[in-house]
Design a protein around this ligand. Sequence first.
Ligand code: CA
Length: 483
Amino acid sequence: MIKKLLLSLVILISLLGCNKEEVYDSDVYYEIFVASFNDSDNDGIGDLKGVTLKLPYLKSLGIGGIWLMPIMKSETYHKYDVDNYYLIDSDYGTMDDFKELVDKANELNIDIIIDLPLNHTSDSHEWFISAKENKLNDTCNPDNKCDYYNFSDTKESGYEPLGDKYYYEARFWSGMPDLNLDSENVRNEIKDIVEFWMDTGIKGFRLDAVLYYYQNNVSKNNEFVSWLMEIVRNKREDAFVVGEVWSSENIILDSYGSGIDSLFDFTMSGQDGFIAKAIRSENGQFLASKMIEYNDLIKEGSVNSIFLSNHDQSRSAGYFIDEDKQKLAASVYLLSIGIPFVYYGEEIGMRGSGKDENKRLAMLWGEGSDTCSPIDSDYTSQVDTSVKEQLKDENSLLNHYKKVIKLRNKYIYGKDYSEFIVDNEKIFSINYEGNVVLINMSEDIIEIDIKGKLLDQVDVIDKSVLKDKLAIGGYGVVILEVE
Ligand code: CA
């Protein structure tokens, strides 16, 4: 009896312990390459069921959304050239698997957005097969898809030969013919596709290659995207659409003219982006001003999407190298203005550069399912320690991600930003309605004269302390409440 009582007591205490774990809303997104994430049936390819199985992991990381790289039927490993917009690629599972993932994610308050490549299809899409055949036989009519693509009688830049007489537009490669987005038939198809996917319960889309819809013509691109946004919004008022306009700052800012919710901030990302530069120069003040200046220019009603790296870029752990610097980089983008996107594996310091395949390697769970990935890569030294190992180490990069995301969710989520300058250029600081984020970009303790209440902190090298002055430890993060 006493044993039973003791056992109940232990259970009660552990339950109370669980309850102490506060849960917050989050605007942090997590980008997943399904093939390399988690393999549920051990066929060597990650799948949608595998993602569903990892929802508790993602929830514990503190994220509020998932961007799935393309999941529609395709013959390539990356699936950016779609064969059929209505089918889940059989490598990844079935439509039921997808609906289960969306439902379970939504139950956990995690939104799903899916990649939508509309600039081009695969050359094995039935639209192109029909268009090509009729073009070659000179049997084109309004009903046999010839108007779905762009054909020419003369060789133009970005066009590939079709038989002896014709050419078709294919900007990326011959296997990806560009869609004719001016065709009313194509627009009707896209409307049906968008509505079909919105009906599955997703939050929205990540639009691929927006810059190339109309080859670098921003005003025509904006017209198309704003047409698309209206369709999405009619299905769901609080939908979220983020676009890839991989270009200069001005072109990205101009592309907000479409009324899209968000665009990826390529100026901050990558080895030569502002975040990496600021980390090398230890200049947090410049970085914060740059971010504020940029965000002030974004159209009212839209929001920036910020990231360190994505599936097309060298993984950041490869150039930050030192784990403390990786932690610093994580603190900076996760506590920034806008919506942070974590690329899968970034939270455990996975590495990969060079050819695309190297940047999309299997997630290292440390559970025996790590070989999942259809990718032929010669790149092996991708990460030192797995999720399993890092979860056990309080000071791991993974636990740093969890701590910083929690700070974001608790003190920043839903708040507006303003400038907050500290008299030390090594401090990155932004004021979120009285909750000030302060990050020490150097490895030395920095003392600043400041009044406020220390709300929270994440230490990296030394412990931050507030006495007469605020001493922020090397690479440390402090949340200070100011009047
Ligand atoms: Ca599988």
